[in-house]
Design a binder for this molecule. Sequence first.
Ligand code: DGJ
Length: 701
Amino acid sequence: MTKIIHLISKNCSLIIKVEHNPEILHWGAKINQIDPELLLSTERPISQARLDVDVPLSLCPELGSGHFNAPGIEGHRNSYDWAPVFKLTEQQLSDQSVVFTLQDDVAKLQLEIDIKLDFDSDVIQKRIKVTNIGESKYNLSKLSATLPLPTHANELISFYGRWSREFQTNRQSFTHGGFMQENRRGRTSHENFPGLLAGSEHFNEQTGQVWGFHLGWSGNHQLRADVRSDGRRFVQAGELLLAGEAVLQPSQSYTTPWLYATYSNTGLNGISKRFHRFVRNNIIKFPVNKPRPVHLNTWEGIYFEHNPAYIMKMADEAAVMGVERFIIDDGWFIGRHGERAALGDWYLDKQKYPNGLEPVISHINDLGMEFGLWVEPEMISQDSLLYKAHPDWVLELQGYHQPSGRWQYVLDLQNPDCFNYLFERLNDLLTTYNISYLKWDMNRELVQPGHQGKPAVNGQTNALYALLDKLLAQHTEVEIESCSSGGGRIDFEILKRTHRFWASDCNDALERQTIQRGMSYFFPPEVMGAHIGPAESHTTRRMHHINMRGMTALSGHMGVELDPVKVPEQERQAFAKYITLHKKYRTLLHSGDSFRLDSPDKSQNIYGVFNADEMLITVCQLTMPDYALPSPLRINCIDNKAKYNVKLVEVPESSFQLMKQRPQWLDKTLTLSGENLKEIGLTLPILDPESAMMIHFEKVK
Ligand code: DGJ
């Protein structure tokens, strides 16, 4: 007997038709009441010259049932049992979740499909577990979570990138064929962020129906979206398993990472609002009542030149500017004079720090700042004491030459001795020193990820999670930043055990605008590490005025990344100004609803954040404006019935090149209605390229 399961959240419905193999009938807008004749009204015709039966797009589509696109499961038992067909045996239903158990008695496999719908955020989570219930081993080559899309989802936005250019978006039509992304880099990667957005034609920031997807996994993955020849379409995501990576012995199981997905009928802003809410309520483990401290990170200031007296001088200046956490980056440990040596030797370099690290930390603490330290635990340099003692701890394939990356290799975290050594070193550092924060870096890909000769990206990734979990269980107050040559490891699963991301090594504010915009679809501003760098960017050599740098860093989790001793007094004062502004607005920034506005002029990036009382909007002029006059700022997410005091927070101080007379409101506080702001808009000044302004809207009580 066919049944219907209806999971409901604040704004969404997930309706599943339960037969021998369950199928999602509807995932989208909330359905208040299901028609009794829904099953009849959704019955599909059977077309000529195809199979004689209707083939459902099931929760784990099967080749053996006549799904001719990518199946949800692939594998074999010594060349048999390669096209399993499952039958529902059990279902456990609760308010917000359902677990289906399915079995194939021929292939001797069991599936457990776990689906949850978070009421508050409208985010779906789905994962699948397969268990080998046979008596011989089963070679699993793929297990992915599949979610259907309606036929009017006919455009896709995917993500691409590289080092210093993360989270770039690519839009494409999704009407035939599809999209496929495979990540084999052994980390989440700069190149293939595991996220995808699908939507109705011309969906944009503010309008349209959009379905958003993210696979929470820090290893290899496959992400695809397919349009079948019958027009039905789906997104599928899972771990990319290397040949022989998942061999299930009798009774053994493999579980996929969680696929997170959400639906919005208010464009991309609805997607980010939902993902942000989910992340805040379910993923981030951060002291709730503590504001995120403003950072100074030493990397771009001093690189490997560590002199404790000088670092203390940097700390003095940092404290004056309003910095709240001072982080010593790479270069502090024994023999680390450059990139080519010493990774693995996690002991303080006594030549650089003859009096130990304690006086530096005390100095920083006395100035009222917390102290943080950089580490890169998963790595080993050939030129290191650790390598001399344990060359066999490297993740490798015996008998082959392995290219190094940044002159370093990856440690095999599944080797218990290696795991214990790393835990002991990190635990010792956190116990010996007053460290409140670790910047956990990871600077190369996994080329030959072999553990005892067998493929081990899955094992390595889980061992990394275990190492972080063990450390955090011991040091509950310590916060960790996930850095991987910038944004190479940004995903929900690593965020469960970290507190912030270094979004990119590119501190060029212009590039950062695009990177941060892409990242903002999935991650709230408080986990987006954003620093003011030196005037000349170290990755692009482009120069930026402090206005552009300050405004770009201000909206994330703010920091500075330079040597404050060397910069002119005027710049230092400007840092202090942006830090003060950030502190003034950080509660709003780090807890409000973020949004982006569509502008008819693509040379502008407009984004903001609001709560019940106030709103902050940044307008960044990326390149030369398209028109002589900017379009009025029309804010669709504003409360129509409210009145707002509208006040300029920041506009470039230096003289405008493109404008000879400023709009008068820039020097006043206006009181405007939500309705006017939405429908008529606010006239903007003409901004020069690579500059930004900020406006504050306070609701009149
Ligand atoms: C790469 C990181 O992304 C940088 O911020 C810095 O920490 C360097 N590694 C240090 O080696």
